[in-house]
Design a protein around this ligand. Sequence first.
Ligand code: FAD
Length: 501
Amino acid sequence: MEAKTEHHYETDVVIIGAGNAAMCAALAAGEQGARVIVLEKSPEKEKGGNTTYTHGSIRFAYNGTEDIQALIPDLDEEDLRMTDFGSYSEEQYYEDLCRMTNYKTDPELASILTGESFDTMKWLTQHNIHFIPIYGRQAFKINGIFKFWGGMILESVGGGHGLVEALHTEASNQGARILYETMAIDLLHDDEGIQGVKVKEQGRSKTIRAKAVIIASGGFHANVEMRTKYLGPKWDVVHTRGSRYNTGEGIAMSLNIGALSTGNWSMAHAVTGDRYLPDFQEGFQRLSYPFGILVNMDGQRFLDEGADFRNYTYAKYGRLILEQKDNCAWQIFDGNVSHLLREEYKGKHVTKVKANTLEELADKMEGINKEKFLKEVAAYNAAIDDSVPFNPNEKDGRKTAGIDVAKTNWANRIDTAPFEAYAVTCGITFTFGGLKINERAEVQSTMYQKINGLYAAGEAAGGLFYDNYPGGAGLMAGAVFGKIAGEQAAQFAKTALAEKV
Ligand SMILES: Cc1cc2nc3c(=O)[nH]c(=O)nc-3n(C[C@H](O)[C@H](O)[C@H](O)COP(=O)(O)OP(=O)(O)OC[C@H]3O[C@@H](n4cnc5c(N)ncnc54)[C@H](O)[C@@H]3O)c2cc1C
């Protein structure tokens, strides 16, 4: 156990943050025998940052059903009979990262993420983190078989809450000490490198002496000033999803001591979700748009709803809604596809109108240009190539022809009552820019050297995501680089200790 004086603690590794990246780092450092203190800015009941808000969906490379059985040994015969898991190679994962980021992803970090993803999943299951297949959201049942698509097939048991509870339980059992309502405010450092952290623990200023510090405190999506400064106009008033505690201090305090910034500071993961839901509440997203259409207040379509599977487009489509008049839009579905809508469309806080005719629907859609909207739907309906059958499990190629904004898959006529329209806006999920790390998760300085004893993982580290993002890669990146950061920080602390003896 670490020694405690009146206002100070002393330990081997301090981890700033208590979400997925932080707790994976805590587990890995603990495994190496390091004494670990985890700092969580929030009260215990809000612990876990953005990780808590996730479904726990996680993207990893696998070779087929046997790999899935290795992660979920209790899949029974019936599960196996009705499921086509397919496969998702490291190469496909790497290629997806490159394609999504317009080939800007850091190749070294991307190959570590993709190459270590399966082994890290196994490591998590060895630490009592359990997963289940994402039936329904990532696979629809067709002819009695669930066929998975889009490279993302498992989620943590209990979603994000379940993941955070399981990680905290495991880390605590392993001896990690978690300090709640304790905010890191500055790094202690000298010419030798990092010496610890200054904190406010329940209002009291304290110092924690440590041999290594891991920045796992997320990005700056909840900091209005930083958002406006780095992402630009309109991002100050955007709906804010996820944790209100990710306000960028971990990144800022590292930059203050000479850390190098990297990645896509002017872009963020931003999705389409309920226009009127207050910030930081769960249930914001509306992600079934591939099966309908999106129109702005002028009644015009402005993006290809079927460009790709949902988890390859959702992170960039929020941004396109922010560019529309009043920063909002309507999602439209008809009776033929309403059974395909995700569970979030059925919740209590859903801004929705419903009608038996499109005219009646338009009358209920606040702010819409009715005439243009009806013309747009008619033109869209007339442009669909019916010769190709609709298949929600595949990029079916059922597309439009001859209209300005094409829909390239899942194009179905909007012609069957009841019609439904959902009012949506843009919601920021997390920021892409962060600290430059190397393959050992060591934070680099603006002199292109490592800062001794400083590590980063998760959203706090930049370089992986640019422009867009493949769903499920956030948790995987946090786990892979959190594990590496924990191992490396513990090794560094051991060496530092040995040198002093
Ligand atoms: C609604 C929503 C759904 C999502 N769904 C998915 C999904 O299904 N799959 C996926 O891969 N990704 C998903 N993401 C993205 C995912 O949440 C993140 O990529 C991932 O959880 C980030 O993990 P992290 O550990 O880096 O940060 P976080 O989990 O956000 O943890 C940051 C931690 O740092 C703490 N902290 C911040 N500042 C300080 C400070 N100064 N001192 C002390 N502590 C501090 C915070 O309180 C928090 O505990 C989703 C995000 C949201 C918001």
